[in-house]
Design a protein around this ligand. Structure first.
Ligand SMILES: Nc1ncnc2c1ncn2[C@@H]1O[C@H](COP(=O)(O)OP(=O)(O)OP(=O)(O)O)[C@@H](O)[C@H]1O
Length: 220
């Protein structure tokens, strides 16, 4: 068995497993992400990347083992962990009938934050949505939704950002923007966990790598 992760890690997995029915999506994973480092998560389709990110985001509970975020248990201390993490995923849970600006306002209210118009405008400009700030999300393309979801994540400014295929649905300019946003997040002190099939982009942004195969860590 692997030795337990050392204390002080941004993210620590202690012999973590997750089973769906009879299938183990994550199997006995032990890993520690050192403070100040970011993690590239790779693996073929179905290798367990999304499941692992959802365990860390507290959207799922492990079948066995323990997930620790910044020293806190993701099950026992779920609310505190939720405050510290943000997950950018395929399902972005945007309010369809609200505009891009209003979506950010709803999040600000949930977080108890002040979000003056110039702040939301700056965020929406940062993600390339300047001309659509007051359009309802219902009419947005997949790439525009991804851009709004990243604006929402930037507004939350989490300690740990979990990015599940952030480059999917983006055009080449969007991919470059996303790379710049991830680099900025890191520069501002956010720890990034990035799951992507774009290995080249991932390697240029992350110092650590965890490669999954059938839910287990293996050499890349
Ligand atoms: N809700 C679910 N119910 C049952 N099985 C699931 C569920 N979600 C995922 N799985 C299974 O768990 C395994 C890991 O899936 P997961 O989505 O974590 O992989 P992934 O590495 O993110 O894949 P991809 O690269 O295709 O996004 C797969 O075998 C998948 O079929």
């Amino acid at each position: 068995m692997s030795p337990p992760p050392p204390p002080g890690s941004a993210l620590a997995l202690h012999d973590v497993s997750k089973r769906y029915g009879r299938r183990w999506a994550v199997a006995r994973l032990t890993y520690a992400l050192p403070p100040g480092r970011s993690l590239l998560l790779t693996g073929h389709n179905g290798s367990g990347k999304t499941t692992l990110l959802r365990l860390v985001a507290t959207a799922l509970s492990p079948t066995a083992g323990r997930v620790e975020v910044l020293g806190r248990d993701a099950v026992a201390d779920r609310d505190a962990v939720r405050h510290d993490v943000a997950l950018l995923s395929h399902a972005s849970f945007l309010y369809e009938d609200l505009t891009a600006h209003q979506n950010l306002m709803v999040l600000a209210r949930l977080l108890g934050m002040d979000a003056p118009r110039d702040v939301t405008d700056t965020l929406l400009t940062r993600v390339g949505l300047t001309r659509r700030t007051d359009s309802p999300v219902r009419g947005f393309s997949a790439g525009m939704r991804k851009r709004l979801a990243i604006a929402r994540l930037l507004m939350k400014a989490p300690a740990l950002a979990l990015l599940d295929e952030p480059f999917g649905e983006l055009d080449p300019a969007g991919i470059r923007d996303m790379e710049a946003v991830i680099a900025e997040l890191k520069a501002s002190g956010t720890t990034v966990v990035l799951a992507t099939h774009l290995i080249e982009q991932g390697l240029s942004l992350c110092e650590e790598r965890l490669h999954l195969q059938d839910g287990r860590a293996v050499a890349a």
